[in-house]
Ligand binder design. Sequence first.
Ligand SMILES: *Cc1c(COP(=O)(O)O)cnc(C)c1O
Length: 256
Amino acid sequence: MPENPDAGGETATAALRDRLQEVEARAAAACRRSGRPREEVLLMAVSKQHPLSAILEAASLGISRFGENRVPEFQQKHAELEKRGEFELARRFHCIGHVQSNKAQRAAGLFASIDTLDSVRLALKLNDAAAERGEPLPVMVEIKLSHEPAKSGLEPESVELQALLERLPDLHRLSLMGLMTVPPFTADAETARPYFRRLRLLRDSLAVAHPRLRFDALSMGMSHDFPVAIEEGATVIRVGTALFGRRRPAAPLPVC
Ligand SMILES: *Cc1c(COP(=O)(O)O)cnc(C)c1O
């Protein structure tokens, strides 16, 4: 028996419903502990490396926001959603992976929001590409709070971050929503707490320093640490594994 059948159907939906209930209960408990209304925290379902059937099931259970991290993978899913007439659902995906400049045009056309803005160069490309949209493209700036070389995002004290924030108010086709971060991975969620706190404090100080920009959203917290992120002020939690189970490596395209 495959552990997570592509076919979807009753069993898969029941499993997803159970996991969603569990995530919801933990999110609600974290909100209660920190005196926050549950509506302040958006649950984003991270569907990367999961099949379209999982997305359709999640949508049927009321999930309203999705995250994907690769432009080509989402381009394919987007096309399949449109082929099925799921136009509204196809517009509910955020980009949560690094966007290479040469994919900026495509990303701006496919995603509802780019949550990983990390350079002036990318901002300029997205701003140009967003001309084809009827409305501004929402973006979040990705912040790197550790010194891991492989990780993308801008460091809080960097000149690159300053340059980007000085430029953004004049890029009228981009609409800044807030900050996003991925702390270094450790199994113990408490280890992530200082990073989450630091992102909130950074948001507060940037909001004062850049009054022409809005920084309301804080996208932080994943399957293993989202309750801690909520306690530290997350407004968006990005949950994959805890909803959909283990990811499968990118599958080769089916031969027809
Ligand atoms: C994959 C991913 C997630 C979800 O991770 P899980 O541990 O499966 O919840 C969240 N954020 C980003 C940026 C990701 O790439």
